[in-house]
Design a protein around this ligand. Sequence first.
Ligand SMILES: *Cc1c(COP(=O)(O)O)cnc(C)c1O
Ligand SMILES: [Zn+2]
Length: 422
Amino acid sequence: MSYVKGLKCKECGHRTAISPVHVCEACFGPYEVEYDYAAMAGKVTRESIARGPKSLWRYKDLLPVDKPVTGFHSGFTPLKKADRLATELGVKQLYIKDDSCNYPTYSYKERVVAVAISKAVEFGFKTVGCASTGNLANSTAAHAAQAGLKCYVMIPHDLEQGKVLGSLIFGPQMVRIRGNYDDVNRLCTEIADKYGWAIVNVNLRPYYTEGAKTYGFEIAEQYGWQLPQHTVVPTAGGTILPKIYKAYQELITLGLVEDNKPKVYSAQAAGCNPVVKAIQKGVDIIEPQKPNTIAKSIAIGNPADGYYAYQCVTKSGGYGESATDREIIDAIKLLAKTEGIWTEPAGGTTLAATIKLLQSGRIPKDESVVISITGNGLKTQEVVADELPYPRVIDAKMTEFDELLEETRRAQSEPEPALVGA
Ligand SMILES: *Cc1c(COP(=O)(O)O)cnc(C)c1O
Ligand SMILES: [Zn+2]
């Protein structure tokens, strides 16, 4: 049973049938999937969802896919109560939605890719591709390999080695392009038109973006079928933020959660913050930027859905904050030390922005807060390599160990360790 009605233009409301199109033929606005919520009443329930698999497909009724082909182990990542970090920040109820452990390529992108690849197969495509800042390439390549599709991944030339190898291992055709993500994306739009491939985040964008809702559905379900008052979300192309908000609104519409007027906040790097700038100015014009930040996975200077990210943040009563490269690195280290989660700069950005939102009082410290961690630090080792000096080598002798222990104890001014039996 599918509840999908078709595609509907977000701008002019023009409707069209489900097909691999993304731009409205009437006004060039973006198409979005439209559902029959009335038909879901009494059928899509907390119980029906709980009976589903422990993957993003447990929300299949709210996704535009008839037959999933990948992603059977993607999604349903932990919502972790972050008590040690909460104490550090002086917050009462703090949670981490942790997609750094999402399967199989360790980022939130599995959600959008599983939906897009399944849809590509339904449409009969044999070749898929993407324009990517790294994580999307990893995920598209892995899911394409699983589905037996030919795959082209298009990336900026200067990505981290972990992101490059993290795609190449799955055997796609990789195209490294001189320029930034916005140059890559422009070329990809032309490629999709000329060769008729399924570029997941271009011509399959209406389906791709729907996958991001599962991040929001999971937060609600894992929080005991309620919504956190504040959700802080990184913003790159502007897919995930509006879709988390849409997920919350859909659950409210279906009566599965109470409407507590949840607020969403955008986090960006100071070196690429077109959406946050617009939010802070209160002007709904996203001025394109030339990115310059270590947070490469969210370095999109001209975000496709930046306008919608702006709209959701302001409509919800949230705000936006950006973080410098220094603040991003410090936040990566803080999250690792307090919660045992190693995230990449996108996650560092989100935590750093949250800290600033708490300090400025935009987010009250006694209300519930979810921080969206969307990627894994193992892929971006270069950003912390110089931050973590290698320990010196000792011989395998007790005297050398004692000496080393004494050295580190003094350096960290810790008390003398107790001896066993003393
Ligand atoms: C892609 C990505 C995002 C967000 O991108 P949107 O295009 O705004 O959805 C956030 N974090 C990481 C790690 C990503 O790879
Ligand atoms: Zn339109």
